[in-house]
Ligand binder design. Sequence first.
Ligand SMILES: Nc1ncnc2c1ncn2[C@@H]1O[C@H](COP(=O)(O)OP(=O)(O)OP(=O)(O)O)[C@@H](O)[C@H]1O
Ligand SMILES: Cc1ncc(COP(=O)(O)O)c(N)n1
Length: 267
Amino acid sequence: MKHVLTVAGSDSCGGAGIQADLKTFSALGTYGMSVITAVTAQNTTGVVMVREMDPEMVAAQINCIFEDIKVHAVKVGMVSSAEIITTIGNCLARHRAVNIVIDPVMVSKSRCNLLRPEACETLVKVLFPLATVVTPNIPEAEVIVGGTITTLEDMKGAAVEIYNKGAKNVIVKGGHMEGPAIDVLYDGKQFLQFSGERVATTNTHGTGCTFSSAIAAYLARGLTMTEAIEGAKKYIHRAIAHSFPIGRGVGPTNHFHELYEKAGLLD
Ligand SMILES: Nc1ncnc2c1ncn2[C@@H]1O[C@H](COP(=O)(O)OP(=O)(O)OP(=O)(O)O)[C@@H](O)[C@H]1O
Ligand SMILES: Cc1ncc(COP(=O)(O)O)c(N)n1
């Protein structure tokens, strides 16, 4: 059994954040563990309140896990503040964490800030050099590189710029573009494209969290970066294809589509 850790925020409605990450780790045959950076009160229509954890508590959670259990991969999601980011960076470096997937979560689909805007620079400086892979969506990549991204060429340019900030691999996700969902990977030498047919649905709450957690689970299982992204892309595509409405807004993806299919629970 491989053990995967998520360092992220709690999403009370269960489709994104820690809850999505743990479901993904389990669905992909790994053992999931969690360090909570912030608690959000949110549902399918939006985020109502955010409470950050004390950085000391974040450090205590990370240290507890690494001092006792082997961690085969780490996914980092919502990190909220510069103090929490610095704490996470120090702890991951001290414990020589491997297979680190950084999802630079900034704003929720419902347009609520999940990262204090002034903490963006710290996120890039402290966490990118530790990253095995960074997984920005288009709006996040635009903030990080300071420009607009409208074409595949722009995505490639942004991937190179983000690579130059210290990440070993960068995958710029095309979920926010029109047409097929094309993600672009840059590993310092070449570009690879991962393409999926776009699923016509509004139930895409937590797609980014789920995708980055799937990459972490596959890296923990020993797959190469390309294999891990291919696997994650297939997993998120099926999870979106079998997504469902649960409230009045943006519904979650279906993390356990394979299990439900075997049980005859899918349409
Ligand atoms: N409607 C869709 N159909 C197929 N694939 C999609 C769709 N939307 C997103 N994806 C894919 O899902 C993955 C996550 O990408 P996306 O750009 O949605 O992340 P994100 O914006 O970070 O998500 P989040 O809103 O959870 O932060 C990518 O592989 C992307 O190509
Ligand atoms: C705790 C937490 N982490 C991440 C997201 C991003 O997901 P989305 O952009 O789909 O709202 C979220 N809504 N909540």
